[in-house]
Design a protein. Structure first.
Length: 430
């Protein structure tokens, strides 16, 4: 599907974004293996999270969507740690790396064999990072060429391990912790660089025997989780597209409502403010251990700068839209230590560079990053999402700043995380 995006002078009004994708995945999995009924408000509308739900249903977990007091509510009938059933067919993770990587931790401990696969894009993403610690815990996993989906997982009794993450990855950390729920003894995960901690917070909320320290988590296996009502904050990664649109379009003043403000995710806001972005926090509250708030964003002269080291890991999902901002900024943007982008839905370093060049924007690539000079204008053209949701949405925002309408090829990729994206964009721009 192609989407035509016309230029705009500004972005305005109050915008709600879908429920946080990362948190929705975790609530779907943990609610399924908790004891009792969990009601989840504001569950993500993205296809990836519904792939997780479909996998849990295939494992014997019942769920329904209903309306309560005007809100969409996901009700999950948890089956407990040991209530999952052997699926009748291969589990389909779709395009979701989060699904296959985190759910593998649960599947590794079951009393049955499971095969989990996904679409063509997922089949190219390496899984050795989760296979290695799970194998240390006693799991038996085979994969195509030793590392690619489909994964064939033969459930086994697991033992706790003390594991140092070799690279920053919340998905790998979560996979090990989910396996640790079933493991004999204590599972310890150590990080050199802090990554998002939604799994740890959710485990604590649902009653796991867990201890949290800076860059270290201890989890003792065997304790049942207890279902509860859960509220998913709005997805900051989805809000990022509208934040950047407001910064670069000349007549913008927008409020993003009920956005997740977990401290492990707000490096984006810190980076933007340090570059001169006019972003105000209007309201903050807490639910289920997660912070949410309203953000007001207005047109700003953003300086640009360098993103590297721990900051790159903290904003890895936002790099495509930050690259767009870099071209529009005063001084440009240098991104380093982002080699992880080469094994996302696409090689994001190359797809970002390709589409910037299509829009007549100068950019150079390195093995682990991008260098984008500032004070550039976007030329209207056709850009290609390459089936990557973040690329599709990032270049729709770039198209708003072009001189004529642009076409996003493969625009439907946005549905992976934000099915309502283009409709929301049309209503907010003028």
């Amino acid at each position: 599907m192609n989407e035509t995006v016309s230029p705009a002078r500004g972005i305005h009004g109050v915008i709600s974004v879908p429920g946080d994708k990362s948190i929705s995945h975790r609530y779907a999995m943990l609610g399924s293996i908790a004891e009792g009924t969990s009601n989840v408000f504001n569950f993500s509308s993205g296809a990836d999270c519904h792939s997780t739900l479909a996998c849990m249903k295939a494992l014997g977990v019942s769920h329904t969507f209903t309306k309560k007091e005007g809100h969409d509510v996901l009700t999950i009938e948890g089956v407990g740690l040991h209530g999952l059933h052997r699926p009748a067919a291969v589990l389909d993770a779709g395009n979701s790396g989060s699904t296959i990587r985190m759910l593998s931790g649960i599947l590794a401990a079951q009393s049955f064999e499971t095969t989990i696969a996904g679409d063509e894009s997922l089949a190219r993403r390496p899984m050795r990072r989760i296979m290695q610690p799970l194998t240390e815990m006693g799991a038996r996993i085979t994969a195509k060429d030793g590392q690619f989906p489909p994964l064939e997982i033969c459930g086994s009794p697991l033992r706790g391990i003390d594991y140092q993450l070799p690279v920053p990855s919340a998905q790998v950390k979560s996979c090990v912790l989910l396996a640790g729920l079933y493991a004999d003894g204590e599972t310890v995960v150590r990080e050199n660089i802090s990554t998002r901690d939604h799994t740890e917070i959710a485990l604590r909320e649902l009653g796991a025997d867990i201890q949290l320290e800076p860059r270290l988590t201890r989890l003792r296996g065997g304790k049942q989780l207890s279902a509860k009502t859960l509220i998913v904050p709005g997805d900051l990664s989805s809000a990022a597209f509208f934040i950047i649109a407001a910064l670069i379009l000349p007549e913008s003043d927008v409020i993003l409502s009920n956005v997740g403000l977990n401290p492990t995710r707000t490096a984006l806001l810190d980076i933007l403010r340090s570059m001169g972005a006019n972003i105000k926090l209007l309201h903050v509250e807490e639910a289920n251990g997660e912070l949410t708030g309203n953000l007001q964003v207005q047109t700003s002269r953003v300086r640009g700068g360098t993103i590297d080291g721990a900051l790159t890991a903290a904003v890895i999902d936002e790099i495509p839209i930050l690259a767009v901002l870099g071209a529009a900024s005063q001084d440009g943007l240098i991104i380093r230590n982002a080699s992880e982008l080469r094994i996302k839905e696409t090689d994001r370093i190359e797809t970002i560079a390709e589409n910037l060049r299509r829009m007549n924007v100068r950019v150079s690539t390195t093995e682990d990053g991008l260098e984008i000079p500032g004070n550039q204008r976007f030329h209207a053209t056709e850009v290609d999402s390459h089936g990557d949701h973040r690329i599709a949405m990032a270049f729709a925002i770039a198209a708003l700043a072009a001189e004529h309408a642009s076409v996003i090829q493969g625009a439907e990729a946005a549905s992976v995380s934000f099915p309502e994206f283009y409709e929301t964009l049309r209503h907010a721009t003028r």
